[in-house]
Design a protein. Structure first.
Length: 66
């Protein structure tokens, strides 16, 4: 499986996970009165999502995927 095929197969999972995480973080920040955009923390979240995507791609390209 190639990287592009892996990303296509996992696109829905990645998008729904990222969106639900964003809603959860946004709701918690709104409820606690913090600013919704916090650049340093948000960069860490983006890096975390990228690491999950990289894990999926590596797993799929090595033959361990679906």
């Amino acid at each position: 499986m190639t990287v592009i095929e892996s990303l296509r197969n996992r696109a829905g999972l990645i998008a729904s996970g990222a969106a639900s995480f964003a809603v959860l973080v946004g709701g918690l920040r709104l409820a606690s009165g913090e600013p919704l955009v916090q650049p340093q923390t948000d960069l860490g979240i983006v890096i975390g999502i990228a690491m999950v995507v990289l894990y999926f791609v590596l797993t799929d390209t090595r033959g361990g995927g679906r």
